[in-house]
Design a protein around this ligand. Structure first.
Ligand SMILES: [Zn+2]
Length: 170
């Protein structure tokens, strides 16, 4: 797993890290088979903040891989995932509770990090239903969920409980 070096430090935008440790993390595939990955603890060499690399196939605090969860969000038939119905229900609920927060963060990051971006899309707009907004801005091809959640997590805006959600949402 060597993805962190490509991500500039969310705190200072510097691109060099020193590896200061690692930990194991298990991620389940669509057949519920767990694979172990090594996640490295990295220290930014400029601002000295510590980050954990987040491989694309992972979502923070989720035991299944990004693509497994992604498939269940909008698709209701022909699911290939071996997770049970209550797990899938919880993923959909998790997604629908957090998607507007993630889009709000992505819009804020875009204004902050890409001041020359000419697109007039407002990612925090809620005019269209969620699946339409997501499809229009992130596509429906494999990987769309990662495009939404990874910038949010990499910039340390990740929240994973309902109470945290309610207290930080603007
Ligand atoms: Zn830094």
């Amino acid at each position: 797993m060597k993805c962190a070096e490509k991500v500039p430090c969310p705190c200072c935008n510097h691109q060099a890290y020193k590896v200061i440790g690692s930990r194991e993390r298990k991620v389940k595939d669509e057949r519920s088979i767990a694979r172990t990955f090594i996640i490295r603890r990295l220290r930014c060499q400029q601002c000295t903040k510590i980050h954990h690399e987040l491989p694309d196939l992972m979502i923070p605090y989720k035991r299944y891989g990004t693509e497994v969860i992604e498939e269940t969000i909008f698709q209701t038939t022909h699911l290939t995932v071996a997770a049970d119905e209550s797990t899938i229900y919880r993923w959909r609920k998790w997604f629908s509770e957090l998607i507007d927060y993630w889009l709000f963060i992505l819009q804020s990051l875009r204004i902050q990090l890409e001041p020359n971006e000419t697109s007039t899309d407002d990612l925090s707009s809620r005019l269209l239903p969620v699946h339409k907004r997501v499809g229009q801005w992130f596509g429906t091809a494999c990987g769309w969920l990662g495009k939404i959640v990874h910038p949010v997590a990499n910039h340390h805006f990740w929240i994973h409980t309902r109470s945290a959600f309610l207290s930080t949402y603007p």
